[in-house]
Design a binder for this molecule. Structure first.
Ligand code: PMV
Length: 333
């Protein structure tokens, strides 16, 4: 059976950086994100087909690179282990955004792959189970199973049975929210997130301090999300991004994802808030230099204008808050 699934990427407000178990991809702390709209989305078709001698993986119209291929194949191995099927699979995947744009594609990619491959293998997983499966491909993918605002619970159990994502606020409550993305680099990361988070948790003395303070930020964020109080969320979002990047810089060897333009954007967003006399916009950065500026519709044009005038900004996108996983009958092969 051929199955096609679509998933959107997500951008965290409270970040996942570091694991309590590498094998099971159990995070050291819970995280909270918003799922983006279809501009940052992956569509994936999977079929387990008799007659294939090896898995066949095609991404964005080309054969997967060796690195991509082995990541997809080990994920398919997990799905096979759950069902006992031995058949090889054909996987075709398409991103709506260029992979080279330096935007998180593993979240939407593994959420779509988890949904399409599990269904194609005959597993009928609910959303909680899907988030647990997607997590094994890429931690942040667990959150992309759901739309709106999503919390991924770190859990405490060794077997990871209490580590899953769930929606904490539906997308309909956030029609007014925007993520203005400023792209300042299209280069590949110098170090992947898994390797980088391992370096940070092993070597950074700021990291343990971060883990102590992140619990408080999580509770405050949850509360503000429930009340739909964006102004309260703004400083928490920025301080959380700063905390993660400070711990990265304190690692040895240092992990540096931000560039000159990223720092310029941080300053300009702070100045924008000052000029408005309120917390109107919040910057946040993942494992890359591209800025995500959360703001409301009222300030979106002002933020876009400000960002477009900054040297180093190559492209600007405006995303709304999107939905969780969807299935489609329009297959890619
Ligand atoms: O899902 P991964 O392994 O690519 O890690 C993502 C980590 C951050 O994007 C930096 C933070 C997050 O919570 O999404």
């Amino acid at each position: 059976m051929k199955v096609t699934a679509l998933a959107n990427s997500n951008i965290a407000l409270i970040k996942y950086w570091g694991r309590r178990d590498d094998q099971l991809v159990l995070p050291a702390n819970s995280s909270i994100s918003f799922t983006m709209d279809e501009q940052l989305s992956t569509k994936t078709t999977v079929e387990f087909a008799n007659g294939l001698v090896s898995d066949d993986v095609c991404l964005d119209g080309r054969k997967a690179t060796e690195k991509e291929y082995s990541r997809v194949v080990s994920f398919l191995g997990l799905v096979r282990a759950k069902t006992g099927i031995k058949t090889k699979a054909k996987v075709v995947s398409q991103n709506t955004f260029p992979k080279s744009a330096g935007l998180a594609s593993s979240a939407s990619g593994f959420a779509a792959l988890a949904a399409a491959s599990s269904k194609a293998a005959g597993l009928n997983l609910n959303e909680k189970e899907l988030s647990m499966l997607a997590r094994l491909g890429s931690g942040s993918a667990s959150r992309s199973v759901f739309g709106g605002c999503v919390e991924w619970h770190a859990g405490k159990k060794k077997d990871g049975s209490d580590c899953y994502a769930e929606q904490i606020s539906p997308p309909g409550k956030w029609r007014d929210l925007r993520n203005i993305i400023a792209i300042s680099s299209m280069e590949e990361k110098h170090i992947g997130s898994s390797a980088a988070m391992a370096v940070t948790s092993k070597t950074s003395s700021f990291y343990s301090a971060r883990l102590k303070s992140v619990g408080k930020r999580l509770a405050e964020m949850r509360n503000a999300v429930r009340k739909r109080d964006f102004e309260t969320m703004v400083p928490i979002i920025m301080r959380e991004s700063d905390s993660m990047h400070a711990a990265m810089l304190d690692s040895w060897p240092p992990v540096v994802y931000l560039n000159e333009t990223s720092f310029r954007i941080m300053r300009e967003v702070l100045a924008f808030n000052q000029s408005q006399g309120k917390y109107a916009a919040a910057y946040t950065f993942d494992a890359g230099p591209n800025a995500h500026v959360y703001t409301t519709a009222k300030y979106a044009e002002g933020i876009k204008r400000m960002l477009s005038e900054l040297p180093g900004v190559m492209k600007i996108m405006e995303c709304k808050i999107g939905e969780g996983i969807k299935f489609s009958e329009e297959h890619l092969f």
